[in-house]
Design a protein around this ligand. Sequence first.
Ligand SMILES: NC(=O)c1ccc[n+]([C@@H]2O[C@H](COP(=O)([O-])OP(=O)(O)OC[C@H]3O[C@@H](n4cnc5c(N)ncnc54)[C@H](O)[C@@H]3O)[C@@H](O)[C@H]2O)c1
Length: 255
Amino acid sequence: MTRVIIITGAGSGIGQGTALTFAERGDTVVAADIDVTAAQHTISRTSEPTAHMAVHCDVSDELSVQQMVASVRARYGRIDVLVNNAGILISKPLHLTSWSEWQRILNTNLGSVYLCSAAVLPTMLKQQTGAIINIASPHSFATTTNIAAYAASKGGVVALTRQMAMDYGRLGIRTNCVVPGAIDTAMLRSDIAHGDGVEASLAGWARVQPIGRVGQPADIANVIYWLAGPDAAFVLGAAIHADGGMLAQLTPPTE
Ligand SMILES: NC(=O)c1ccc[n+]([C@@H]2O[C@H](COP(=O)([O-])OP(=O)(O)OC[C@H]3O[C@@H](n4cnc5c(N)ncnc54)[C@H](O)[C@@H]3O)[C@@H](O)[C@H]2O)c1
C-alpha cells in the first residue's frame, strides 16, 4: 500500500519539489494549491500523473480546506502525511502593515496549519498513525528588519508544532517542522526583486549561508521526506534546520 501525502502550496518552489520527491519514490501525492493550474502542472511532471491528484485549496479558508481533505478521503480512503507548506510573505514594518495584510499573512502561514491539521487529524487518529510536517523559517528564531507579520506567523508555526507533538505523539502522530534557509523559489526571487537585482541578491544570500550557496527545493524536500518516514520514527516536536548553516553563525562572514 502506497502512502498518501497531502502537500499544500505544491504548485511552486519547495512544495513542488516535495511533491516530485515523494512521487518519484513511490508515494501517492495530493498537490493542493490556490493556483490549481500550477498544482496540475506539478502532477503532470510525475511519471504516473493519473495515480496522483491536483486539487484547488485556499489554505486560509476553512470550507476550502475541508472540501480538499474530503476529496482526498473519498478517493484514497487514508492520509499518511500532511506537509503544511503553503505560505506568503510581505516585507513591511508593523506600523505599515494593514490589518487586512496582517490577517492574510497570519491566516495563510499559521491559520492554515491549524485548519489543515484539524481536517486530517480525525483520519490519522483513526489510523493511529500519521506524520505532519510544517514549514517554519529562520524568521521563527531570528530576523531581519521590516518583516513583522511573516516573522510572527513563522514563530507561531514552531510553537504550534511543539504543541501538536505533545498532544498527538502518544496517539501515533508525529509532528515536526523544517526551517529552510534561503531557497531559490518564486517567493525568494519576488522578495529580492528590488535593490541590487535578483542575481546579485541571490549571490548575497549565498555568501551569508556558511555552505556558500542558496538552497534548492530538493534540499528541503529530502529533509521533509526523511521526517515523514520510518528513519525519523523517534523525531517529534523538532525544528530541523536545513538552512546551509544560516542560523549557526553569530555574524556574517567578512569578505
Ligand atoms: N524560499 C525560501 O527561501 C523560504 C525560506 C524559509 C521558509 N520558506 C517557506 O517555505 C514555504 C514554501 O515557500 P516557497 O519559497 O516554495 O514559495 P513559492 O511562492 O514558490 O510557493 C508557494 C506556493 O503556495 C501557494 N499558496 C499561496 N497562498 C496559498 C493559499 N492561500 N492556499 C494554498 N496555496 C497557496 C502558491 O500558489 C505557491 O504555489 C512557505 O511556507 C515559506 O514561508 C521559504
